[in-house]
Design a protein around this ligand. Structure first.
Ligand code: AMP
Ligand code: MG
Length: 317
Protein backbone atom coordinates (compact mmCIF):
# COMPACT_ATOMS: atom_id res chain seq x y z
CA UNK A 1 0.00 0.00 0.00
CA UNK A 2 1.32 3.46 -0.81
CA UNK A 3 0.60 6.46 1.35
CA UNK A 4 -0.68 9.02 -1.17
CA UNK A 5 -3.91 8.74 -3.13
CA UNK A 6 -4.21 6.27 -6.01
CA UNK A 7 -3.22 7.27 -9.55
CA UNK A 8 -6.21 7.73 -11.83
CA UNK A 9 -5.26 6.27 -15.21
CA UNK A 10 -6.97 7.37 -18.43
CA UNK A 11 -8.94 4.87 -20.49
CA UNK A 12 -6.39 4.96 -23.35
CA UNK A 13 -3.77 2.57 -24.72
CA UNK A 14 -1.18 4.29 -22.55
CA UNK A 15 -3.42 3.95 -19.47
CA UNK A 16 -4.01 0.24 -20.14
CA UNK A 17 -0.27 -0.37 -20.58
CA UNK A 18 0.51 1.48 -17.34
CA UNK A 19 -2.13 -0.57 -15.52
CA UNK A 20 -0.62 -3.80 -16.87
CA UNK A 21 2.86 -2.67 -15.75
CA UNK A 22 1.60 -1.99 -12.22
CA UNK A 23 0.02 -5.46 -12.10
CA UNK A 24 3.30 -6.98 -13.32
CA UNK A 25 5.15 -5.29 -10.47
CA UNK A 26 2.90 -7.02 -7.93
CA UNK A 27 0.72 -4.03 -7.11
CA UNK A 28 -3.05 -3.49 -7.23
CA UNK A 29 -5.10 -1.86 -9.97
CA UNK A 30 -8.85 -1.27 -9.89
CA UNK A 31 -10.55 -1.42 -13.28
CA UNK A 32 -14.10 -1.43 -14.66
CA UNK A 33 -15.82 -4.61 -15.82
CA UNK A 34 -19.35 -4.99 -17.17
CA UNK A 35 -20.49 -5.88 -13.64
CA UNK A 36 -18.63 -3.72 -11.09
CA UNK A 37 -15.14 -2.23 -10.61
CA UNK A 38 -12.72 -5.04 -9.77
CA UNK A 39 -9.65 -4.85 -7.52
CA UNK A 40 -7.05 -6.65 -9.62
CA UNK A 41 -3.76 -8.38 -8.83
CA UNK A 42 -1.52 -10.80 -10.74
CA UNK A 43 -3.21 -14.13 -9.94
CA UNK A 44 0.14 -15.95 -10.00
CA UNK A 45 1.78 -13.64 -7.45
CA UNK A 46 1.05 -14.83 -3.88
CA UNK A 47 1.94 -11.54 -2.25
CA UNK A 48 -0.04 -9.46 -4.72
CA UNK A 49 -3.09 -11.64 -4.03
CA UNK A 50 -2.53 -11.31 -0.28
CA UNK A 51 -2.58 -7.52 -0.76
CA UNK A 52 -6.11 -7.78 -2.21
CA UNK A 53 -7.33 -9.23 1.10
CA UNK A 54 -5.35 -6.63 3.03
CA UNK A 55 -6.79 -3.76 0.97
CA UNK A 56 -10.35 -5.02 1.27
CA UNK A 57 -9.99 -5.79 4.98
CA UNK A 58 -11.80 -9.07 4.47
CA UNK A 59 -12.19 -11.00 7.72
CA UNK A 60 -11.81 -14.33 5.87
CA UNK A 61 -10.19 -15.76 2.74
CA UNK A 62 -12.90 -16.57 0.25
CA UNK A 63 -11.75 -17.68 -3.18
CA UNK A 64 -11.39 -15.07 -5.94
CA UNK A 65 -12.42 -15.03 -9.59
CA UNK A 66 -9.57 -14.96 -12.12
CA UNK A 67 -10.10 -12.84 -15.24
CA UNK A 68 -8.49 -13.52 -18.61
CA UNK A 69 -8.34 -11.80 -22.00
CA UNK A 70 -8.55 -14.97 -24.06
CA UNK A 71 -9.67 -18.55 -23.91
CA UNK A 72 -6.34 -20.15 -24.84
CA UNK A 73 -4.56 -18.61 -21.87
CA UNK A 74 -7.44 -19.45 -19.53
CA UNK A 75 -7.46 -23.10 -20.63
CA UNK A 76 -3.83 -23.53 -19.58
CA UNK A 77 -4.92 -23.31 -15.93
CA UNK A 78 -8.03 -25.53 -15.76
CA UNK A 79 -9.39 -28.90 -16.78
CA UNK A 80 -11.63 -27.84 -19.63
CA UNK A 81 -14.87 -29.78 -20.23
CA UNK A 82 -17.45 -30.03 -23.05
CA UNK A 83 -19.98 -28.19 -20.88
CA UNK A 84 -17.48 -25.43 -20.21
CA UNK A 85 -16.99 -25.18 -23.98
CA UNK A 86 -20.75 -24.84 -24.58
CA UNK A 87 -21.16 -22.13 -21.96
CA UNK A 88 -18.03 -20.30 -23.07
CA UNK A 89 -19.13 -20.27 -26.71
CA UNK A 90 -22.52 -18.89 -25.71
CA UNK A 91 -21.77 -16.39 -22.95
CA UNK A 92 -18.12 -15.32 -23.15
CA UNK A 93 -16.92 -12.70 -23.10
CA UNK A 94 -19.56 -11.82 -20.51
CA UNK A 95 -20.83 -11.93 -16.92
CA UNK A 96 -20.52 -15.70 -16.40
CA UNK A 97 -17.98 -17.31 -14.07
CA UNK A 98 -17.11 -21.01 -14.30
CA UNK A 99 -15.62 -23.01 -11.44
CA UNK A 100 -13.38 -25.74 -12.87
CA UNK A 101 -10.69 -28.07 -11.60
CA UNK A 102 -7.30 -26.46 -11.53
CA UNK A 103 -4.45 -27.98 -13.53
CA UNK A 104 -1.94 -29.47 -11.13
CA UNK A 105 0.91 -27.44 -12.62
CA UNK A 106 -0.95 -24.12 -12.86
CA UNK A 107 1.09 -21.30 -11.28
CA UNK A 108 -2.06 -19.54 -10.02
CA UNK A 109 -1.63 -18.69 -6.33
CA UNK A 110 -3.13 -21.10 -3.79
CA UNK A 111 -4.52 -18.06 -2.02
CA UNK A 112 -6.72 -17.34 -5.08
CA UNK A 113 -8.60 -20.62 -4.56
CA UNK A 114 -8.21 -20.44 -0.76
CA UNK A 115 -6.55 -23.83 -0.83
CA UNK A 116 -9.21 -25.59 -2.94
CA UNK A 117 -8.24 -27.56 -6.05
CA UNK A 118 -10.64 -25.56 -8.21
CA UNK A 119 -10.56 -22.07 -9.69
CA UNK A 120 -13.27 -19.64 -10.73
CA UNK A 121 -12.52 -18.15 -14.17
CA UNK A 122 -14.12 -15.62 -16.45
CA UNK A 123 -13.58 -13.69 -19.69
CA UNK A 124 -15.10 -10.25 -19.07
CA UNK A 125 -16.71 -8.29 -21.90
CA UNK A 126 -15.82 -4.72 -20.86
CA UNK A 127 -13.45 -3.14 -23.41
CA UNK A 128 -11.16 -1.48 -20.85
CA UNK A 129 -10.92 -4.66 -18.76
CA UNK A 130 -10.08 -6.65 -21.89
CA UNK A 131 -7.46 -4.13 -22.97
CA UNK A 132 -5.69 -4.28 -19.59
CA UNK A 133 -5.89 -8.09 -19.50
CA UNK A 134 -4.52 -8.33 -23.06
CA UNK A 135 -1.67 -6.01 -22.24
CA UNK A 136 -0.93 -7.91 -19.01
CA UNK A 137 -1.15 -11.31 -20.69
CA UNK A 138 -1.96 -13.57 -17.72
CA UNK A 139 -4.77 -14.10 -15.23
CA UNK A 140 -5.88 -11.27 -12.95
CA UNK A 141 -7.63 -12.09 -9.66
CA UNK A 142 -10.26 -9.44 -8.96
CA UNK A 143 -13.05 -9.22 -6.38
CA UNK A 144 -15.11 -6.04 -6.17
CA UNK A 145 -13.00 -2.95 -5.46
CA UNK A 146 -14.49 -1.96 -2.11
CA UNK A 147 -13.68 -2.39 1.57
CA UNK A 148 -15.27 -5.51 2.96
CA UNK A 149 -18.89 -4.95 3.97
CA UNK A 150 -19.36 -1.88 1.76
CA UNK A 151 -21.35 -1.86 -1.45
CA UNK A 152 -19.80 -2.74 -4.80
CA UNK A 153 -18.35 0.22 -6.71
CA UNK A 154 -19.66 1.14 -10.14
CA UNK A 155 -17.42 4.18 -10.73
CA UNK A 156 -13.79 5.17 -10.17
CA UNK A 157 -15.00 7.72 -7.58
CA UNK A 158 -16.68 4.93 -5.57
CA UNK A 159 -13.36 3.07 -5.53
CA UNK A 160 -11.46 6.14 -4.31
CA UNK A 161 -14.08 6.72 -1.61
CA UNK A 162 -13.93 3.12 -0.39
CA UNK A 163 -10.29 2.07 -0.79
CA UNK A 164 -8.36 5.35 -1.03
CA UNK A 165 -4.62 4.75 -1.12
CA UNK A 166 -5.05 1.02 -0.43
CA UNK A 167 -5.20 0.62 -4.22
CA UNK A 168 -2.18 1.74 -6.26
CA UNK A 169 -4.06 2.90 -9.37
CA UNK A 170 -7.55 3.05 -10.83
CA UNK A 171 -8.32 2.84 -14.53
CA UNK A 172 -11.10 5.39 -14.91
CA UNK A 173 -13.43 3.89 -17.50
CA UNK A 174 -16.57 5.75 -16.41
CA UNK A 175 -19.60 4.13 -14.80
CA UNK A 176 -20.26 0.36 -15.08
CA UNK A 177 -23.46 -0.54 -16.89
CA UNK A 178 -24.92 -3.25 -14.72
CA UNK A 179 -23.74 -3.42 -11.12
CA UNK A 180 -24.99 -7.03 -10.84
CA UNK A 181 -22.34 -9.64 -10.12
CA UNK A 182 -21.50 -12.46 -12.52
CA UNK A 183 -23.50 -15.69 -12.47
CA UNK A 184 -21.30 -18.51 -11.11
CA UNK A 185 -21.64 -22.08 -12.39
CA UNK A 186 -19.70 -25.00 -10.92
CA UNK A 187 -18.59 -27.61 -13.48
CA UNK A 188 -16.41 -29.87 -11.39
CA UNK A 189 -19.22 -32.44 -11.22
CA UNK A 190 -22.82 -32.05 -12.42
CA UNK A 191 -23.44 -28.41 -13.37
CA UNK A 192 -24.53 -26.38 -10.36
CA UNK A 193 -25.59 -22.77 -10.01
CA UNK A 194 -23.37 -21.42 -7.24
CA UNK A 195 -24.44 -17.78 -7.43
CA UNK A 196 -27.33 -16.26 -9.38
CA UNK A 197 -26.53 -13.25 -11.55
CA UNK A 198 -27.35 -11.55 -14.84
CA UNK A 199 -27.44 -14.79 -16.84
CA UNK A 200 -30.41 -16.82 -15.61
CA UNK A 201 -30.72 -20.46 -14.62
CA UNK A 202 -33.23 -21.01 -17.48
CA UNK A 203 -30.83 -19.61 -20.07
CA UNK A 204 -28.04 -21.82 -18.78
CA UNK A 205 -30.27 -24.91 -18.72
CA UNK A 206 -31.30 -24.29 -22.32
CA UNK A 207 -27.71 -23.96 -23.44
CA UNK A 208 -26.64 -27.12 -21.62
CA UNK A 209 -29.78 -29.09 -22.50
CA UNK A 210 -30.12 -30.14 -18.86
CA UNK A 211 -31.16 -28.77 -15.51
CA UNK A 212 -28.68 -27.25 -13.14
CA UNK A 213 -28.54 -28.12 -9.50
CA UNK A 214 -28.84 -25.04 -7.32
CA UNK A 215 -26.78 -24.50 -4.23
CA UNK A 216 -28.93 -23.80 -1.22
CA UNK A 217 -27.34 -22.42 1.89
CA UNK A 218 -28.48 -25.38 4.04
CA UNK A 219 -26.91 -27.86 1.64
CA UNK A 220 -23.64 -26.00 1.66
CA UNK A 221 -23.54 -26.43 5.42
CA UNK A 222 -24.50 -30.12 5.46
CA UNK A 223 -22.04 -31.09 2.75
CA UNK A 224 -19.19 -28.59 2.84
CA UNK A 225 -16.54 -30.79 1.28
CA UNK A 226 -18.67 -31.65 -1.68
CA UNK A 227 -20.23 -28.33 -2.48
CA UNK A 228 -17.65 -25.85 -1.38
CA UNK A 229 -15.96 -23.89 0.19
CA UNK A 230 -13.37 -24.42 2.86
CA UNK A 231 -10.13 -26.23 2.47
CA UNK A 232 -9.22 -28.13 5.63
CA UNK A 233 -6.05 -30.16 6.12
CA UNK A 234 -6.30 -33.86 7.05
CA UNK A 235 -4.12 -33.32 10.09
CA UNK A 236 -5.53 -31.80 13.26
CA UNK A 237 -4.58 -28.18 13.78
CA UNK A 238 -3.53 -26.73 17.14
CA UNK A 239 -3.57 -22.93 17.37
CA UNK A 240 -1.58 -20.42 19.43
CA UNK A 241 1.20 -22.91 20.09
CA UNK A 242 3.88 -21.17 22.14
CA UNK A 243 5.82 -24.39 22.52
CA UNK A 244 5.85 -27.56 20.44
CA UNK A 245 4.69 -30.99 21.62
CA UNK A 246 6.75 -34.01 20.56
CA UNK A 247 5.81 -35.31 17.10
CA UNK A 248 3.90 -32.20 16.05
CA UNK A 249 4.46 -30.64 12.67
CA UNK A 250 5.37 -27.02 13.33
CA UNK A 251 4.06 -24.02 11.40
CA UNK A 252 5.83 -21.00 12.79
CA UNK A 253 5.39 -17.23 12.73
CA UNK A 254 8.22 -14.96 13.83
CA UNK A 255 11.60 -15.99 15.22
CA UNK A 256 10.83 -19.61 16.09
CA UNK A 257 12.33 -22.99 15.30
CA UNK A 258 9.80 -24.82 13.10
CA UNK A 259 9.21 -26.92 9.95
CA UNK A 260 7.90 -24.03 7.85
CA UNK A 261 7.67 -20.37 8.82
CA UNK A 262 4.80 -18.20 7.58
CA UNK A 263 6.96 -15.14 8.11
CA UNK A 264 10.14 -14.87 10.15
CA UNK A 265 9.82 -11.07 10.12
CA UNK A 266 6.16 -11.21 11.24
CA UNK A 267 4.99 -9.72 7.95
CA UNK A 268 1.28 -10.57 7.64
CA UNK A 269 1.23 -10.12 3.83
CA UNK A 270 4.00 -12.69 3.55
CA UNK A 271 2.20 -14.98 6.00
CA UNK A 272 -1.06 -14.81 4.03
CA UNK A 273 0.82 -15.41 0.79
CA UNK A 274 2.29 -18.64 2.20
CA UNK A 275 -0.67 -19.88 4.22
CA UNK A 276 -2.39 -22.42 1.95
CA UNK A 277 0.77 -23.60 0.23
CA UNK A 278 2.38 -24.34 3.61
CA UNK A 279 -0.72 -26.05 5.01
CA UNK A 280 -0.76 -28.33 1.96
CA UNK A 281 2.93 -29.08 2.30
CA UNK A 282 2.79 -29.80 6.02
CA UNK A 283 -0.34 -31.91 5.59
CA UNK A 284 1.47 -33.99 2.97
CA UNK A 285 4.03 -34.91 5.65
CA UNK A 286 1.25 -37.11 7.05
CA UNK A 287 1.62 -36.22 10.72
CA UNK A 288 -1.19 -36.19 13.26
CA UNK A 289 -1.15 -32.54 14.31
CA UNK A 290 0.00 -29.27 12.80
CA UNK A 291 0.77 -26.79 15.58
CA UNK A 292 0.72 -23.11 14.65
CA UNK A 293 2.41 -20.15 16.36
CA UNK A 294 0.15 -17.32 17.57
CA UNK A 295 -0.71 -14.83 14.79
CA UNK A 296 -1.72 -11.29 15.77
CA UNK A 297 -5.44 -10.57 15.44
CA UNK A 298 -5.02 -7.43 13.35
CA UNK A 299 -5.11 -6.56 9.64
CA UNK A 300 -4.57 -9.68 7.53
CA UNK A 301 -4.03 -11.63 10.76
CA UNK A 302 -7.81 -11.65 11.22
CA UNK A 303 -8.37 -13.59 8.00
CA UNK A 304 -5.41 -15.86 8.72
CA UNK A 305 -6.76 -16.69 12.19
CA UNK A 306 -10.24 -17.19 10.75
CA UNK A 307 -8.95 -19.77 8.33
CA UNK A 308 -6.76 -21.50 10.87
CA UNK A 309 -9.56 -21.75 13.41
CA UNK A 310 -11.84 -23.31 10.77
CA UNK A 311 -9.08 -25.80 10.08
CA UNK A 312 -8.79 -26.45 13.83
CA UNK A 313 -12.54 -26.89 14.37
CA UNK A 314 -13.82 -30.40 15.17
CA UNK A 315 -14.98 -32.24 12.06
CA UNK A 316 -17.52 -34.85 11.24
CA UNK A 317 -16.55 -38.33 10.12
P1 AMP B 1 -16.47 -11.81 -5.45
O1 AMP B 1 -15.03 -11.91 -5.08
O2 AMP B 1 -17.26 -10.94 -4.52
O3 AMP B 1 -16.70 -11.52 -6.89
O4 AMP B 1 -17.06 -13.26 -5.18
C1 AMP B 1 -16.47 -14.36 -5.80
C2 AMP B 1 -17.39 -15.51 -5.64
O5 AMP B 1 -16.88 -16.61 -6.34
C3 AMP B 1 -17.56 -15.94 -4.19
O6 AMP B 1 -18.93 -16.17 -3.94
C4 AMP B 1 -16.76 -17.22 -4.14
O7 AMP B 1 -17.24 -18.09 -3.16
C5 AMP B 1 -16.92 -17.77 -5.55
N1 AMP B 1 -15.80 -18.62 -5.93
C6 AMP B 1 -14.58 -18.22 -6.31
N2 AMP B 1 -13.76 -19.28 -6.51
C7 AMP B 1 -14.49 -20.38 -6.25
C8 AMP B 1 -14.21 -21.77 -6.25
N3 AMP B 1 -13.00 -22.24 -6.56
N4 AMP B 1 -15.21 -22.61 -5.90
C9 AMP B 1 -16.42 -22.14 -5.58
N5 AMP B 1 -16.76 -20.84 -5.55
C10 AMP B 1 -15.81 -19.96 -5.88
MG1 MG C 1 -18.17 -7.72 -3.34
Amino acid sequence: MNTSSPDLLPDTNAGHATAAGILRSGRLVAFPTETVYGLGADACDDRAVARIFEAKGRPSFNPLIVHFANLDTLKQHVHWTPEAELLAQTYWPGPLTLVLRKQADSPISELVSAGLDTIAVRLPAHDSARAILRSFGGGVAAPSANRSGQISPTSAQHVVASLGARVDAILDGGPCKVGVESTIVGLTDKPILLRPGGITEQELAETLGRHLAVRHKAEAISAPGQLMSHYAPKALVRLNATEWEPGEIRLGFGEVDCDLNLSRTEDLVEAAAHLFDYLHRLDAMGGGTIAVSPIPHEGLGIAINDRLSRAAAPREG
